[in-house]
Design a protein around this ligand. Sequence first.
Ligand code: S3P
Length: 180
Amino acid sequence: MTRAPIIFLIGYRGTGKSATARALAARLAWSWCDADELLEERFGKTIRQIFDDEGEAGFRDKEAAVLDELAGRRCWVIATGGGVVLRPENRAKLRTGVTVWLTAAPATIWERLQADATTAERRPNLAQGGLAEIEELLRLRQPLYEACADWMIDTTEQLPEHVAERIAAWLQGQGDPNIP
Ligand code: S3P
């Protein structure tokens, strides 16, 4: 199937979506965007503030609106938030482009999140927190990521540059006229 010229990177927090989106866009000479960054810009609040003021449901409404805006772009690589796959209408939008699912081992995700300075403002707890939350949500979300993904890549031992290189090689093999 020929898809719209847009690439969505999906996957749990800490799987390297933003750094990989930047590296992949540079390789393809496309633009890139972090959907969470755009959401914070559009609504003038950090994700943590949105969760505090409106709860997770308020955040998910805003996330869906931002995906709507982004899905119309052409020649962009989009790093999505880890929970974008929760709503069926979002999953349908992801399927209009090429969607690549980034995974990593739970312990690696936990280490990366602790080391990432954006975690405090971008990643409020969604359940009990810590490694247990990661394991639980990965189990729940795995079928949703799977339902959207055209391809999956494990980033556990890999730098974003290398992940981007492997995605670009896979894209070339697809022979889709819209995607370099
Ligand atoms: C979320 C992931 C975060 C952000 C929000 C909710 C999730 O994005 O959208 O904290 O539900 O997994 P990243 O995947 O960019 O960390």
